[in-house]
Write a protein of this length. Structure first.
Length: 717
């Protein structure tokens, strides 16, 4: 592959008073010198020289000589000479200004690209749970911007988290061209770097990103292992790992690496390791390199701490101004007594002061795991300092608090047994679990155009509030022609279901739905009836789910909600099929007779501490796709064949936790719930009943409002 780059100056301005012959001679001389000064360069496959014809760059061609480490790019813009005369100015052409179309994201408008795209060609042409592609995805996908697998055989089921593209052509050369064409058509302008590899190769992720970050994006580079085809007399790059002086690879010869191999210096410097024949080899290599990077990080932290200590003596406060641990921010300083961070006291069995309403709670779940790990870490640190002379006996006192600046802080009083001596030593230590680096989790692209199917269960005690809800729905959705469907589910008790034909308790509500369908032509207000002893989300969705396709977006609602367009759009953005389900925590309004006893009707629904609170005990509302619900239910039935006890909203929430999707639970200011005490059924689980009672007690009003109400009623004097 050769390239010819001509650099020269061609005169473009003429004058009437000068003769034409010197001008023509100057033009010929300039062109001749340009041709003599421009060498013909042979480009091999590697870092020595590169040639690239840019797709969207102004650079016509690029040449990097071995002597030029930095490289230069030359651009030659098109130039059209304009002949200017004194008496005849150029005519101004009227051009209609086209409408400016703004891009969706600022990064697209500024031309900011993603860093690295990786294309993986399946070595055995089949991608499944046991293939090397799954192991490569688990060890490399979190480093790169995009990872796509290319194969000749369409898999029966695509492994979770993998994006697979299939080409029917089985010829290797043709498959390579199909792959590059696919990348060029779909991602050619979106990434700075492109890497093609086979899935029988392990990639050192940290080293790869370090290598890419030190390459200038202004240079056009083509790297890999060179291969010369004698028949065609061309040199090209193979798809196998490269072996030039910078892009190092290590050949395992299809063997599992031994301890001696892992200590090889050439292996530590390698960017790719090949060929690997089993998943365990990939995981073994990843574990080895992760330990190397972790040790590097610890060494860097220690060096930084030493540097900080050496510099601190020159600071105004001296060494006493250092915070503990060295290099971490100082503790949060409250601005008032309301900002003081409270310490929680804990033992090996209970935790105290966690909440004001429950001063003593059993130490279970994540809190138990947290305390056990902290105690184990403290004993290990003591043994490192005192030459392993202690064994753990018991926890005397424990204190913890969460500092938003530093992380979780602990103070432990430990009773330790001293080896060789029959006595107990008491030690106090301070520990910090620092906040880790904030990470941006890549999310699939979603739009606000999805149809939201609002599933509304209606029981006999919801009759009055249903009327106000349907009026609100008509104003928010029907009048604005929003892409929503209201599926009303009338829940009958067995006693009412027997008299449905003669005395339907929901007949007036069904007629009301028919009225609104006629008032708003094109609106969709279907309804369905179910009979159950214990109403639950499971009973409702068991009837509703089969009536909708798999890609339907559901929102499980109640008649106590105040709908808003803002929330519906947020439900569309936070509910992602096969990726995420959404459980919002509503802003529950206080009892209007408590908040404003003089004029209950004038209570505003603004989000403030005087109007209500975010109910953390409520799991009634959920946004999810039908496919995710069916998958979660199928998985839950495998683990719990008997579903008779599955009734509460917390059971519905726990069902999605077992599915391999994100469960996003957060406060939702645009989702407001009108005040009404919840019906707490004692037949359900003890945990649900306790949460329900807690929700009712905290949802009446704030402490000051309750106190004022009692004073006004004469209860307190």
């Amino acid at each position: 592959m050769t390239a010819l780059f001509i650099r020269g100056t061609i005169p473009c301005c003429f004058s009437r008073v000068r003769p034409i012959i010197p001008i023509a001679m100057g033009m010929c001389l300039g062109i001749t010198l340009s041709l003599l000064c421009s060498p013909l360069l042979d480009t091999n496959c590697g870092l020595d020289s590169f040639v690239h014809i840019g797709r969207s760059r102004k650079t016509t061609a690029y040449v990097a000589n071995p002597e030029e480490k930095s490289g230069f790019s030359y651009a030659q813009d098109d130039f059209e000479p304009v002949l200017m005369t004194q008496n005849k100015p150029p005519e101004k052409k009227t051009v209609e200004n086209p409408r400016l179309v703004r891009t969706r994201y600022i990064s697209s408008e500024l031309g900011i690209k993603e860093q690295l795209f990786v294309a993986v060609v399946a070595s055995k042409q089949l991608v499944n749970e046991n293939s090397l592609s799954v192991a490569l995805n688990k060890t490399l996908a979190h480093y790169v911007s995009k990872l796509i697998y290319f194969t000749n055989i369409q898999p029966a089921t695509t492994p979770s988290g993998l994006t697979v593209v299939t080409f029917p052509d089985t010829r290797p050369i043709t498959q390579m061209f199909h792959t590059w064409k696919y990348i060029y058509d779909h991602y050619g302008n979106d990434y700075d770097w492109f890497l093609m590899m086979q899935d029988d190769t392990y990639v050192y992720g940290e080293q790869l990103m370090y290598f890419i970050s030190h390459m200038s994006t202004g240079r056009d580079a083509y790297m890999g292992q060179s291969q010369h085809d004698a028949d065609l007399d061309i040199t090209y790059c193979q798809s196998e790992p490269g072996n030039d002086s910078v892009f190092r690879s290590y050949n395992l010869h299809h063997k599992r690496p031994s301890d001696e191999t892992l200590m090889d210096e050439d292996l530590k410097k390698a960017l790719t390791i090949y060929p690997v024949s089993e998943q365990q080899t990939v995981y073994l290599l990843h574990k080895h390199f992760s330990e190397i990077e972790l040790n590097k990080t610890y060494a860097q932290i220690e060096d930084l701490q030493i540097s900080i200590m050496n510099v601190s003596k020159f600071l105004p406060g001296g060494e006493e101004s250092l915070t503990w641990p060295i290099g971490y921010p100082s503790s949060y300083k409250p601005k008032s007594r309301f900002d003081v961070i409270v310490w929680e006291y804990f033992t090996e069995t209970h935790i105290y002061g966690s909440t004001e309403n429950d001063p003593k709670l059993p130490l279970i779940g994540a809190d138990k795991l947290d305390v056990d790990e902290i105690i184990s870490t403290a004993v290990e640190k003591f043994n490192q300092k005192y030459d392993h002379i202690f064994t753990y006996h018991s926890l005397v006192n424990g204190y913890r608090r969460f500092d938003p600046v530093r992380g979780m802080e602990y103070t432990l009083d430990l009773a330790l047994n001293k080896k060789g001596e029959n006595k107990i030593i008491h030690k106090r230590c301070h520990l910090l679990r620092p906040l880790s680096k904030v990470e941006i989790i890549p999310m699939p692209y979603v739009t606000e155009n999805s149809r939201v199917n609002i599933v509304l269960p209606v029981q006999i005690h919801d009759r009055e509030r249903f009327t106000s809800f349907i009026e609100s729905y008509a104003q928010v959705c029907l009048e604005t022609h929003d892409n929503t469907v209201l599926m009303t589910v009338f829940v009958y008790q067995p006693a009412h279901a027997k008299d449905m034909k003669e005395n339907d308790i929901f007949q007036d509500l069904k007629s009301l739905l028919g009225y609104y369908e006629k008032k708003y032509p094109g609106s969709q207000l279907p309804w369905v009836s179910i009979q159950t002893n214990i109403p639950s989300p499971f009973a409702v969705m068991e009837v509703v789910s089969p009536k909708f396709p798999e890609n339907s977006l559901f929102f499980l609602a109640s008649v106590d909600l105040e709908l808003s367009m803002e929330f519906l759009n947020r439900c569309r953005m936070n509910s992602i099929q096969t990726w995420q389900v959404y459980f919002p925590m509503p802003f529950a309004l206080f009892d209007p007779t408590i908040v404003n006893t003089k004029s209950p009707q004038s209570v505003k629904t603004d989000v403030s501490k005087d109007n209500g609170h975010f109910d953390i005990y409520m799991y009634d509302y959920a946004g999810f796709y039908n496919a995710d619900y069916n998958n979660a239910m199928a998985l839950w039935k495998e683990k719990h064949p008997n579903l008779d006890h599955m009734h509460s909203d917390t059971d519905f929430y726990n069902m999605f936790l077992n599915l391999k999707v994100h469960v996003f639970r957060a406060v939702e200011p645009s989702l407001k719930r009108k005040y009404r005490p919840r019906v707490c059924n004692p037949v359900l689980s003890e945990d649900y009943y306790r949460r329900c009672q807690q929700s009712n007690s905290e949802g009446i009003g704030s402490r000051s409002q309750l106190a004022n109400y009692l004073f006004e009623q004469g209860v307190l004097t």
